[in-house]
Design a protein around this ligand. Structure first.
Ligand SMILES: [Zn+2]
Length: 296
């Protein structure tokens, strides 16, 4: 990054939207996928030109992910598996088989679902703990990030599920994807939508405003980032999510005053619900035909 105060998508100037409200020092725990401290972020800046929101003060967050452990994430494996299956269904129409790479694969949940769906799938994950969970299950997930993969490795599909909001240079990540997509390859990108109804209504209290998210997209900034990286958006959708009732309960309770909060009831444990709050974006992209492989 040449200048942290310029928009990470269009390079224009940014202005402060909300100052930091972090109560504690940042640690790997703050980066847990299941972190429930909604609304706590470092200062959020907004681009004067395109409206992209980003945390200018957080530059190197990869080391937090490397040390991340998240048992609660593993506990929700069944629900995340259903989620992965639903996402792969969207990809299946365009790319029914071939080599698939899941970037930010966690403990290999999507990789497992993709193998089941007939893909030759593998994953990449920076957290040692999560990657080890995948290996213990016999799932092909390597420790690392996309830049560790040689550009000569080409994939028919690349999935980037809830990852792009965590990186300091989303354009570079998208260009790295483009460089590793086979000529007829497709990539699927999923990220929260900061212009969704709930995001607008809850403002900073929206559940996706959290310390680990350092970039906030809406459909237009996500499309702009793809175009800037030489990727054409083929389609977009708003995927729903699967949760257990108790997981959801704990998170809904965050919106109640402390004295009104109560623990989930026993019957809620492991009871799965599917909801679509329409506050997540999914785009499917492919490399622009006019740009030869390797450019940019
Ligand atoms: Zn911008």
């Amino acid at each position: 990054m040449e200048d942290s105060h310029h928009c990470r998508i269009c390079k224009s100037d940014t202005e402060l939207k909300w100052p930091s409200n972090l109560e504690n020092t940042i640690s790997s725990d703050s980066f847990a996928i299941t972190d429930a401290h909604y609304g706590q972020t470092s200062a959020i800046y907004q681009c004067k030109q395109c409206g992209f929101r980003q945390c200018n003060d957080l530059q190197d967050v990869l080391s937090f992910y490397e040390d991340l452990e998240d048992q609660e994430y593993e506990n929700g494996r069944k629900e995340r598996y259903l989620q992965a299956k639903a996402l792969l269904k969207e990809l299946k129409d365009l790319q029914p088989q071939g080599k698939l790479l899941d970037v930010g694969a966690g403990s290999g949940i999507l990789v497992e679902a993709a193998i089941e769906a007939g893909y030759e799938a593998e994953g990449l994950e920076p957290s040692t703990w999560l990657q080890e969970q995948a290996i213990e299950r016999g799932l092909p997930v390597k420790k690392g990030v996309l830049s560790d993969v040689s550009e000569s490795e080409q994939y028919d599909s690349i999935t980037l599920i809830d990852v792009i909001e965590h990186v300091v240079d989303p354009i570079m990540l998208l260009k790295e994807i483009k460089a590793r997509l086979a000529p007829d390859g497709y990539a699927m990108i999923v990220t929260p939508d900061c212009h969704s109804f709930f995001a607008r209504m809850l403002r900073r209290k929206w559940w996706h405003y959290r310390v680990a998210h350092i970039g906030y997209f809406n459909l237009s900034t996500l499309k702009a980032a793809c175009t800037e990286s030489g990727l054409d958006v083929i389609s977009y959708n708003r995927p729903g999510w699967f949760f257990t009732m108790d997981y959801l309960w704990v998170r809904v309770m965050q919106y109640f005053p402390r004295w009104l909060r109560c623990k989930p009831m026993n019957w809620m444990n492991r009871k799965t619900v599917s909801i679509n709050l329409r506050d997540s974006l999914m785009v499917i992209v492919k490399a622009e035909a006019s740009h030869p492989h390797g450019e940019g």
